[in-house]
Design a protein around this ligand. Structure first.
Ligand SMILES: Cc1cc2nc3c(=O)[nH]c(=O)nc-3n(C[C@H](O)[C@H](O)[C@H](O)COP(=O)(O)OP(=O)(O)OC[C@H]3O[C@@H](n4cnc5c(N)ncnc54)[C@H](O)[C@@H]3O)c2cc1C
Ligand code: SF4
Length: 286
């Protein structure tokens, strides 16, 4: 799949303009078992390895849209351009401002090991199985898989960000430290305490169910919380909020979830914490 020259990178860019740009914004947060790339451009490797200049990517996409405005809505283009001149440049700035200290940050004091299934894909959790297997096969996962499936689980399982960093840096074709570490330690694991993102990107199974078809063919039931077949993300989510509440008490963006946590029935929270601890203790059994 991966271009190894300017010409091949340019062909990937042209393919994106002709066939994928039209739906980029609509589906950029979607996840699907049968669609590994959806409408994503697969241009990060070309840009990060400097085969293709980000400005050429942005200008080509804007020019293509200007000639095809009747067919392509501006929202598709805006979403794409924003990722490159927004997020990508922001990450570069953070890296040069914050390193080398940034690589040592672990503000939530997470100490657990990364489950073995990150390296094998062997898990009964369908969302993780599909996202990890694809990452191992293609050296690629799109943003929401990295953030809301593999990153989400690692944070909920309170994995040491050093191990999470090692995995992302080792797995993805576009992983170069300046853009990998800021996304992983910052955006995904909140190990920087909020330098990159105002709140941690964590969710229970219901978000994954809303954005994907993973739950339909999963071993676990996304609606269950504490039963034997309950989706592990559900108990891990509430356990994470409870374990880490001291860090979020003064975070306005977390206040709604903190209030829900406070109101939760004590016995239900205790049951979820029991299940969460058994998952954290032996994640490879799930
Ligand atoms: C935990 C985690 C780790 C990540 N590690 C990397 C990494 O090592 N290298 C990397 O290039 N990106 C990384 N990203 C950002 C993003 O997931 C990838 O840039 C994107 O998935 C690459 O696929 P694409 O080219 O098809 O992107 P598209 O969805 O087509 O997006 C277009 C371009 O926007 C840029 N972009 C979008 N989001 C980001 C972002 N958050 N940060 C920087 N650039 C962005 C990329 O250059 C990308 O090519 C990571 C995200 C997370 C959550
Ligand atoms: S039920 Fe839970 S573990 Fe299974 S795919 Fe859905 S979110 Fe993932």
């Amino acid at each position: 799949h991966w271009p190894t020259s300017y010409e091949e990178s340019k062909a990937t860019l042209d393919y994106f303009c002709k066939h994928l740009l039209i739906h980029f914004g609509d589906y950029q947060d979607a996840l699907h078992t049968e669609q590994r790339f959806l409408f994503h451009s697969r241009l990060s490797f070309s840009m990060n390895s400097k085969m293709l200049h980000p400005l050429e990517v942005v200008n080509t996409v804007i020019e293509y849209w200007q000639k095809h405005q009747a067919k392509i809505n501006i929202s598709q283009v805006e979403g794409f351009v924003r990722q490159i001149i927004g997020w990508r440049e922001y990450m570069r700035g953070i890296y040069w401002m914050q390193m080398p200290e940034y690589a040592t940050l672990n503000k939530l004091n997470n100490t657990n090991s990364l489950p073995d299934f990150y390296w094998t894909g062997k898990t009964k959790m369908n969302c993780l199985q599909k996202s990890i297997q694809q990452s191992l096969d293609e050296s690629y996962a799109h943003h929401i898989q990295r953030l809301m499936i593999t990153g989400n689980f690692a944070l909920l399982a309170q994995v040491n960000p050093d191990y999470v960093d090692e995995w992302y840096l080792g797995i993805y074709i576009d992983a170069i430290e300046w853009v990998e570490i800021t996304n992983t330690r910052g955006m995904s694991q909140w190990a920087d305490g909020g330098i990159v993102a105002t709140k941690p990107y964590v969710s229970s199974g219901s978000y994954i169910n809303k954005m994907s078809n993973y739950c339909k063919e999963c071993h676990y039931n996304v609606k269950h919380k504490t039963e034997e077949d309950a989706c592990p993300f559900n108990s891990l989510y509430w356990n994470f909020l409870d374990d880490k509440k001291e860090y979020f008490q003064r975070n306005n963006r977390m206040s709604m979830m903190m209030r829900l946590l406070e109101k939760m029935d004590g016995a239900q929270l205790a049951a979820m914490k029991t299940r969460a601890y058994s998952i954290i203790k032996n994640p490879d059994a799930y």
